[in-house]
Write a protein that binds this ligand. Structure first.
Ligand SMILES: Cc1ncc(COP(=O)(O)O)c(C=O)c1O
Length: 391
């Protein structure tokens, strides 16, 4: 029997996979299911992006390069300029990724010394599990920082003891935040960059929900760097912005020395997006109109769901941006409430699936269509009225 990487044995399943299995079981009997579990909305990819991909499929297939097509890097740089008012050099500060997940997972391989004193990777709990998992597989330590409702679910590096910061090599931040939908402002980014640099830490900012904002555009860490991106990387993605979860297209932007190291590492990993995906990604980054249209759709769904929760007297926290709505479990038990909702054929994620600090809360991903959201909250309200769900 071959040996097993202990990091793999430590994992258990991917937390949301079990919910997907339950959803599939429910669907099998043909009745209506409102699936608010996985962040993969039903809206189609805009036709011009699909057409760009189809037109780019040539008769001969070639390996894509890790550095990516120059047109794609230029398109990313152009988007950073128009969206954030920041100048970046496509050849020095930008590296395409096959979506942000793999880029997040692989980052520690370029940064973390498994035999050195700074093996920890900081990230916010509740949060996206891949930050900690990437650390473990690179031979490091996952060091989740508890986030709270009182602190607006914001991770503040300043609040951590210096020893904890000095034991870490990467601090992940993710705003707008999955799972809470919490947001931050430029002052907050300034403070995190200053603290990270003071302690020789890489500040890695997962900004994949940046385009899903409602009241005011979500800022980027790149905006507080004044052109000096030392120890700062932003991870951006087309998945949520352009409805391209299945394409696998994103980019890493920032510190030129880290980008150089990633250019050395990543050809070994072999995760470059296929060339036809890169062409479609280039078209997507160049256009902002479809992004605004998608945002309007999410805003409509959010209004339906927030309106219902308010009427039902259910407490909402965060939920300022992203297509997630984060609410306190009536009865305080997120797992029990998720199960009770399942009996009503509504699938929500219990907050504990995103880390222990998520217990007592649930996340709704605004995946169904606007009408699907309306139908679901109608059933939900009826279940409350009939006493099948606690309030
Ligand atoms: C916080 C966060 N980061 C990264 C990702 C991965 O996104 P991508 O599709 O760009 O790989 C997700 C996906 O849901 C996410 O929630």
């Amino acid at each position: 029997m071959a040996t097993c990487n202990p990091a793999l044995e430590q994992l258990g399943g991917y937390p949301l996979a079990r919910l997907q299995d339950l959803a599939n079981d429910l669907r099998a009997d043909g009745g209506p299911v409102a699936d608010f579990s996985i962040g993969d909305p039903d809206e189609p990819t805009p036709p011009f992006i699909r057409e760009a991909l189809i037109d780019a499929v040539g008769p001969v297939s070639r390996y894509p390069t890790a550095a990516g097509q120059r047109a794609l890097r230029e398109a990313v740089a152009g988007w950073v300029r128009t969206r954030h008012g920041v100048e970046v050099d496509p050849d020095v500060h930008v590296l395409p990724s096959a979506g942000s997940k793999e880029a997040i997972f692989h980052l520690p391989l370029a940064v973390l010394d498994p035999h050195g004193p700074r093996r920890a990777v900081l990230w916010g709990d509740p949060g996206y599990p891949v930050y900690g998992r990437g650390a473990l597989f690179a031979g490091g330590v996952s060091d989740p920082v508890t986030l709270t409702d009182q602190d607006g679910w914001r991770l503040d590096l300043d609040a951590l003891p210096a020893e904890r910061l000095r034991a870490a090599c990467i601090a992940w931040v993710n705003y707008p935040h999955n799972p809470t939908g919490a947001t931050v402002d430029l002052d907050w980014y300034r403070r995190q960059v200053a603290t990270a640099r003071q302690h020789g830490l890489l500040l890695a900012s997962d900004e994949c929900y940046q385009e899903v904002w409602f009241d005011r555009p979500a800022p980027s860490v790149l905006e507080v760097c004044d052109g000096d991106f030392t120890d700062v990387l932003a991870f951006v993605s087309l998945s949520k912005r352009s409805g391209m979860t299945g394409y696998r297209a994103g980019a890493i932007v920032g510190d030129p020395e880290l980008i150089r190291r990633l250019r050395v590492l990543r050809p070994n990993v072999g995760t470059a997006s296929p060339d036809f995906v890169q062409v479609a990604a280039t078209a997507a980054w160049r256009d902002q109109t479809h992004v605004d249209a998608r945002r309007a759709v999410f805003a409509a769904k959010r209004d339906v769901v927030l309106g219902f929760l308010k009427d039902a007297g259910i407490e909402v926290s965060g939920s300022e941006a992203t297509f997630y709505v984060w609410f306190r479990a009536p009865g305080d038990d997120d797992a029990a409430y998720a199960e009770a909702l399942l009996r009503e054929r509504i699938i929500a994620s219990p907050g504990r699936a995103f880390g222990p600090a998520g217990a007592g809360w649930l996340r709704l991903a605004l995946v169904p269509t606007v009408q699907g959201c309306r139908d679901a909250v109608e059933r939900w309200a009826a279940a409350i009225d009939d006493g099948r769900l606690p309030v």
